[in-house]
Design a protein around this ligand. Structure first.
Ligand code: NI
Length: 161
């Protein structure tokens, strides 16, 4: 496994639509391993394949640091409730923005053995699932930010007040 370079907003690869994964090859597994390594190294809670320059429908999410979920061809099938809060993206370093998301989502996806799985998440997990799946269609959270992007150091000060 290895670290991959995280593409930064402005890189056209982040605005492309990713292709469905039809088979999981050793290269696919290597990519997934590298995505997990890259996400953990950058202290992120999620990473989508286009963020490392690969236009495949694969995302990895870990909201706790010890519970990685690898989602191939993920699709949201239910969403309800509402939450508004700050989120960030490894492709938009150093800043966060306020985004409204559903508070609960249910998604279906394939695991690395191409078994169909279902996952339900609330709060941060729901936010991460929505954020990462949008990357697969070339969308960035910055399109949805309410108000301005805030520097992360300012955000930490606000939280401490
Ligand atoms: Ni992101």
């Amino acid at each position: 496994m290895a670290l991959r370079q995280i593409r930064i907003q402005g890189d056209p690869v982040l605005n492309k639509i990713c292709k469905e994964v039809k088979e999981v090859t050793p290269r696919t597994l290597e990519l997934i391993g590298d995505m997990l390594d890259t996400m953990y190294e950058a202290n992120g809670v999620g990473l989508a394949a286009p963020q490392v320059g690969i236009l495949k429908r694969i995302v990895v999410i870990d909201t706790t640091g010890e519970d990685p979920v690898v989602m191939i061809n993920p699709r949201i099938i239910e969403a309800d409730g509402e939450q508004t809060g700050y989120e960030g993206c490894l492709s938009v370093p150093g800043v966060s923005g306020k985004v409204t998301r559903p508070n609960r989502v249910k998604a279906v996806y394939y695991d690395e053995q191409l078994n169909l799985k279902e996952i339900e998440g609330t709060e941060l997990m729901a936010r991460a699932i929505c954020h990462e799946i949008e990357h697969l269609d070339g969308h960035m959270y910055t399109e949805k930010v309410i108000g301005e992007l805030v520097d992360n150091s300012e955000l930490r000060e606000q939280e401490e007040e």
